[in-house]
Design a protein around this ligand. Structure first.
Ligand SMILES: Nc1ncnc2c1ncn2[C@@H]1O[C@H](COP(=O)(O)OP(=O)(O)OP(=O)(O)O)[C@@H](O)[C@H]1O
Ligand SMILES: O=C(O)C1=C[C@@H](O)[C@@H](O)[C@H](O)C1
Ligand SMILES: [Mg+2]
Length: 185
């Protein structure tokens, strides 16, 4: 489902995956390594509302957040040569999945539950979807969400890899794909 009208080398890269797998951290690193601009969709939504995500959820509700998420992604994913990290729930919306898969290269950052659960303390304060859920409920959400992340072009399992190792793997695999599908003359 990759857009045939745009050169692969020009297409923006979109990172997907569950909350806390590293989309923002690794997206920033990859952007630096490829000399591209980085866009974090959660941060763009927060700028639009001028408040943190937890406040948006409290004041306006998840529905308003999801509507803004869709309009922000619809507009920004049309741009070329960007590195874009979307929120962990963005691919719940079919329209978002379709627009990202047809305009961009979608990279899934995969992390096993056993590794993910060690990160929970880093995440809970800023991720409203995790708040008020027990660990068992979060585990259930984690496994239910895997279905939406099955929509991707490429994937890396980040268990046991640090941020730089993941970013290097992604950059190397993109370069291999570019060279195979669009060799430079
Ligand atoms: N490969 C890694 N190894 C160790 N820690 C990591 C790794 N990737 C990310 N982290 C850490 O995990 C935490 C969450 O990362 P990050 O905020 O990038 O996740 P995210 O996928 O953008 O989450 P969200 O979907 O909620 O925005 C950060 O503290 C980050 O430093
Ligand atoms: O997985 C989710 O539903 C979310 C993930 C975060 O990135 C934010 O987009 C928000 O906290 C919701
Ligand atoms: Mg993030």
């Amino acid at each position: 489902m990759i857009n045939k009208n745009t050169s692969l080398r020009m297409q923006s890269i979109v990172f997907i995956g569950f909350m806390g797998v590293g989309k923002t951290t690794i997206g920033q690193k990859v952007a630096r390594k490829l000399y591209r601009d980085f866009i974090d969709i959660d941060q763009e939504i927060e700028k639009e509302f001028n408040m943190p995500t937890t406040e948006i959820f409290k004041k306006f509700g998840e529905k308003a957040f999801r509507e803004k998420e869709k309009s922000v992604i619809e507009s920004l994913s049309q741009q070329q040569l960007k590195i874009i990290s979307v929120g962990g729930g963005a691919f719940l919306q079919e329209d978002i999945r379709n627009i990202c898969l047809s305009n961009c290269i979608v990279f899934y950052l995969d992390l096993s539950w056993e590794y993910w659960k060690e990160r929970i303390g880093l995440l809970i304060d800023s991720r409203p979807v995790l708040q008020s859920r027990s660990l068992e409920e979060i585990e259930e959400l984690f496994y239910t969400r895997q279905e939406i992340y099955s929509y991707h072009h490429s994937k890396v399992n980040t268990n046991d890899l640090d941020v730089d190792e993941v970013a290097d793997f992604i950059v190397d695999s993109l370069k291999v794909a570019w060279d195979i599908y669009e060799p430079l003359k």
